[in-house]
Design a protein around this ligand. Structure first.
Ligand code: SF4
Length: 245
């Protein structure tokens, strides 16, 4: 199947997967109808940048590659990104993903797990050896670490497959309402699509029903499941949801 640019190659950024898992429809809006950043969002971006630069310097000092670009082709998918920090020591790979926001009380936000695991997947794939990979997600309040295994690799591949349908074929995903909607810049439009009686036919005929796309019902790792396999390094408070760097 060719994409809507007539090509057989799909470029996927782990940061896009982060937005997509956070809410597939949010990602759709971000891609097709990007909004102008508010002052608050711009300030948050700058603070996030400073946060990353500070810890990036520390990681560099500890011998990690920091924000080094990676381009890895897996079949007709090209994964392009800059992991926050990683290091490879013989057959051992360690990936660090830093988030300036707070993590959930247990485990890690699913969107962060998929983003960080995509880096681990791409790097492991490019090394093509029998490598052991570990992922560490460092939140402002605590950190979570887990082994990257074949289950997570399958989750990454499924997420990539779903993202391609939205990114290259313009599928409008079902909404994924939650606390995240309160601060979503696309809320008005999203509500209109859901509720406006004039759009009833559009909804029935065009909207993807949501049985394959990444949302609550999809077979992705929940925070609790991650918690079973991962180990909390330390922890404090819970936050409702995350859309940070
Ligand atoms: S309002 Fe909620 S469901 Fe709609 S795009 Fe925003 S986060 Fe997603």
């Amino acid at each position: 199947m060719k994409n809507n640019a007539g090509k057989n190659e799909y470029i996927v950024l782990p940061s896009e997967l982060h937005s997509f898992i956070y809410c597939p429809r949010y990602y759709f809006f971000e891609r097709y109808m990007p909004h102008k950043l508010s002052l608050k969002e711009k300030i948050r971006l700058v603070l996030g940048r400073i946060f990353h630069m500070f810890y990036g310097l520390l990681d560099k000092f500890r011998g990690y590659s920091v924000e080094s670009p990676i381009v890895v082709s897996v079949g007709n998918v090209k994964i392009v990104g800059r992991p926050d920090s990683y290091r490879i020591d013989r057959n051992y790979l360690e990936v660090i993903e830093r988030k300036s926001g707070r993590g959930p009380r247990r485990g890690a936000w699913l969107s962060d797990v998929v983003q960080a695991s995509t880096y681990a997947f791409a790097l492991s794939y490019s090394i093509q050896e029998n490598i052991t990979a570990k992922v560490i997600i460092r939140y402002r309040n605590r950190a979570v670490s887990y082994a990257f295994d074949s289950d997570l690799a399958n989750t990454v591949l499924k997420a990539i497959e779903d993202l391609i349908l939205v990114k290259y074929y313009g599928i409008l995903p079902a909404s994924n309402p939650g606390k995240r909607c309160e601060k979503c810049p696309f809320k008005k439009l999203c509500d209109l699509l859901e509720k406006d009686p004039i759009l009833k036919d559009f909804r029935e005929n065009l909207l993807e029903p949501g049985d394959w796309i990444a949302h609550e019902k999809a077979p992705y790792i929940k925070e609790d499941a991650l918690n079973k396999r991962g180990s909390l390094v330390d922890g404090h408070r819970e936050r409702s949801d995350s859309k940070e760097d």
